[in-house]
Design a protein around this ligand. Structure first.
Ligand SMILES: [Zn+2]
Length: 234
C-alpha cells in the first residue's frame, strides 16, 4: 500500500498522522510526505533548519520521501488555489498513492484550510490511484475552531497507534530543535504530555489504548465492505 500525507507546515504531518504513518512504514508500506509551505517565513528565515528537523522526524516515522514544496508560510491565501493544487497533483502522479491523508477544512489555520481544499481537488476520483481520503486532527488548530457548522472535527475513523505512539513522540521531539521550538510546555496541545493525552482520549473513544482520529472524506471501495483492507486475518 502507498500512503501520501499532505501537510501545510513541517510538524503537521507528525502531529496529524505520525502514528499512522509509522504503523504503515513498519509493515513495509511506502509512505511519502508532501509539505506545502516552508512553515517559518511568517516568523523568521531559518527554513533549512526547519526542513532538517522535518527530515529527522519523518526518518523516525519511516517516511521514504519528504517533498518540500516551499510555498510561503501563512500566505497561501495570497496565491491562486491552482498554485497549491499543482504540486500536490505532482506528488500523486509520481507516487500513485492508495491513501491520502490531509488537513481538516475547518481548522483555524488558513494554510490548513487551503491545503485541505486543494487536496480534495487533487484527489478527485477521475482516473486516480487514490481510493481513500481522510482528514486528520492537528492538536491546537483543529481544537481552536469555532463551534459552527463545518468547523467541528467529527472523527469517524480511528487508527490504532498503541504500537507507534512512542515513535510519534520521538519524531515530534525533532521539532524541539527548530529555531522557535514547535514543541511547547504542557498544557499546550503540542506538548508531549498533551499528545499522549490526545492519543489516549481517542483510544478511549474507539476501544483502543491509543489512536489517531480521522474523518473519512471519501472512499472508493472495490472489495465490498473490506474497503482497502488487505490483511489475512479479517
Ligand atoms: Zn500547521
Amino acid at each position: 500500500m502507498r500512503v501520501l500525507t499532505v501537510a501545510a507546515h513541517p510538524d503537521d504531518e507528525t502531529l496529524g498522522a505520525g502514528g499512522t504513518m509509522a504503523w504503515h512504514a513498519s509493515r513495509g508500506d511506502t509512505v511519502w510526505v508532501c509539505i506545502v509551505t516552508d512553515g517559518v517565513t511568517s516568523r523568521h528565515d531559518q527554513v533549512a533548519l526547519q526542513e532538517e528537523c522535518a527530515r529527522r522526524a519523518c526518518a523516525t516515522l519511516g517516511v521514504e520521501r519528504v517533498v518540500f514544496v516551499g510555498l510561503p508560510d501563512q500566505r497561501l491565501d495570497t496565491l491562486s488555489l491552482l498554485d497549491v493544487i499543482t504540486p500536490i497533483e505532482q506528488c500523486i502522479d509520481e507516487l500513485r498513492p492508495d491513501v491520502v491523508l490531509t488537513h481538516f477544512q475547518g481548522d483555524v489555520n488558513e494554510d490548513h484550510r487551503l491545503v485541505a481544499r486543494a487536496t480534495m481537488v487533487a484527489t478527485r476520483p477521475v482516473g486516480t490511484s487514490v481510493r481513500r481520503v481522510c482528514a486528520f486532527e492537528i492538536p491546537s488548530s483543529t481544537d481552536w475552531a469555532p463551534p459552527i457548522p463545518g468547523s467541528v472535527f467529527t472523527p469517524n475513523l480511528y487508527v490504532d497507534i498503541d504500537e507507534t505512539l512512542d515513535t510519534k513522540l520521538t519524531a515530534m521531539k525533532a521539532y524541539a530543535g527548530t529555531h522557535l521550538s514547535e514543541v511547547r510546555p504542557y498544557p499546550h496541545p503540542r506538548s508531549m504530555e498533551a499528545l499522549t493525552a490526545y492519543a489516549q482520549r481517542h483510544g478511549v473513544a474507539s476501544g483502543l489504548l491509543a489512536a489517531e482520529p480521522f474523518m473519512l472524506l471519501r472512499e472508493s471501495a472495490s472489495a465490498g465492505m473490506r474497503g482497502l483492507y488487505t490483511g489475512d486475518d479479517l
